[in-house]
Design a binder for this molecule. Structure first.
Ligand SMILES: Nc1nc2c(c(=O)[nH]1)N[C@H]1C(S)=C(S)[C@@H](COP(=O)(O)O)O[C@H]1N2
Ligand SMILES: [Mo]
Length: 385
């Protein structure tokens, strides 16, 4: 993410966050795999120091994961440009472009519309792409109003095929010798934008959407990588051509060597839908032994398997006490009599469609030359005493 490091940022304090801290503490759910008297055995491989604490704020600390819902003050936050401070009173959302009736809505207008919630695990597609970025994921209950009826009300014209979401944040982008100022922007096809699960979201885990996560309004598009979930929304524009921006066509582009009939094709694809993934979260220990706990997400999960060192894949137990279509699943495996010394723990998720999370040496991962869409199997190291 070298682009993140170079930018000037308007740093915003997290005072607002501290104020609502009490609110969501009561929302934290008891973690299903917790056992009496257990303690966490720390991983040996800790993440490297974050070189960009403004661009990447507050990563998930896997060992500390103790609730299905990630509390707001522990939720990661990514900013590519500045971090805008938006006053609710002066803010409004414009819906325009190729529509019959352009709309302008205040936050009160949006809150007066039908409310809808979704529990959705948001992951940055760069997560696990760098040694310093392994906690770019969190699970929250998002609330807002569905996007589709608003687009319907505006009346998308026949030739409208693309819906662009602009953030308030902006930065300088240089392409060849052209310097320009672009707002953060991402687009979706009209069909994808009309998905009834998409929300214009103003609430996170029962609290006002925190500034780092997009106050006053963000797009929540369940099933897509973090980048598609545009924060600090400013406007929505319907167009008649495909849309490009830094975050669609240059950055957040995966470059991969693919085999097509024995020939290598270098493919460039824009990051979009989430991919099948899992990770071990922590190993705990109490009087009755060791237990490996983790999460799986990115596609409907059928099974999760765990491998210790170079041993066989063993089936983990998926917890069904807290579940939602777009939320991560928590799994665990009791680790019988681990031998003292160093071990590796690897997990892989298997989707209901039969896909298997790829190993790091699978050509899908090994022949990927960019760090986006890093959904390869995660291996952690641990010392048992
Ligand atoms: N306006 C705007 N929206 C944005 C971003 C941004 O920099 N600006 N970052 C995106 C990225 S890369 C991710 S991973 C998610 C992260 O959401 P979060 O910060 O609430 O965790 O927001 C996305 N939406
Ligand atoms: Mo991201």
């Amino acid at each position: 993410m070298p682009d993140l490091q170079r930018r000037e940022f308007i740093v915003q304090g997290s005072a607002a966050l501290a104020g609502i801290a009490g609110l969501y503490a009561s929302l934290a759910h008891a973690f299903p795999t917790r056992r009496p008297g257990e303690e966490v055995v720390p991983w040996l491989d800790q993440p490297a120091e974050n070189p960009d604490p403004v661009g990447i704020q507050t990563q998930l600390v896997w060992e500390d994961m103790d609730s299905w819902i990630t509390p707001n003050d522990k939720f990661f936050s990514i900013s590519h440009f500045n971090r805008p401070t938006i006053g609710e009173k002066t803010w409004s959302l414009e819906i325009g472009g190729l529509v019959k009736k352009p709309l302008k809505m205040t936050l009160a207008d949006i809150k007066a519309r039908p409310r809808q919630e979704v529990v959705f695990t948001v992951e940055c597609s760069g997560n696990h792409g760098f040694p310093f970025f392994t906690g770019g994921i969190g699970n929250a209950r998002w609330a807002g109003t569905p996007l589709a009826p608003i687009l319907q009300e505006a009346g998308v014209l026949e030739k409208g095929i693309e819906v662009v979401f602009f953030g308030t944040d902006k930065g300088e982008v240089t392409i060849r010798d052209i310097k320009m100022h672009q707002n953060f922007a991402r687009s979706m096809s009209l069909a994808d934008a009309m998905n009834p699960d998409n929300l214009l979201c103003y609430e996170m885990n029962g609290a006002t959407l925190p500034a780092p996560n997009g106050f006053p309004l963000r797009l929540i598009t369940p099933g897509w990588y973090g980048i598609a979930n545009v924060k600090w929304l400013k406007s929505i524009e319907v167009r008649d051509t495909r849309f490009m921006s830094l975050l669609m066509g240059r950055d957040y582009v995966t470059i991969r060597e693919e085999e097509h009939n024995g020939e290598t094709v270098w493919a460039e694809t824009s990051v979009g839908r989430a991919l099948l993934k899992s990770a071990p979260a922590k190993v705990t220990r109490n009087d009755s032994g060791h237990r490996i706990v983790g999460a799986a997400w990115g596609a409907p999960i059928a099974r999760v398997e765990v491998k210790i060192d170079q041993g066989p894949w063993m089936p983990a137990v998926i917890d069904h006490s807290e579940e939602a279509e777009y939320a991560w699943k928590i799994w665990s495996l009791d680790w019988e009599n681990p031998s003292p010394g160093e071990h590796t723990v690897t997990s892989r998720a298997i989707s209901t469609a039969g896909q298997i999370q790829p190993a790091m040496d699978d050509p899908l991962i090994a022949k990927k030359h960019t760090y986006w869409e890093s959904n390869g199997q995660v291996t952690r190291r641990i010392r048992i005493v």
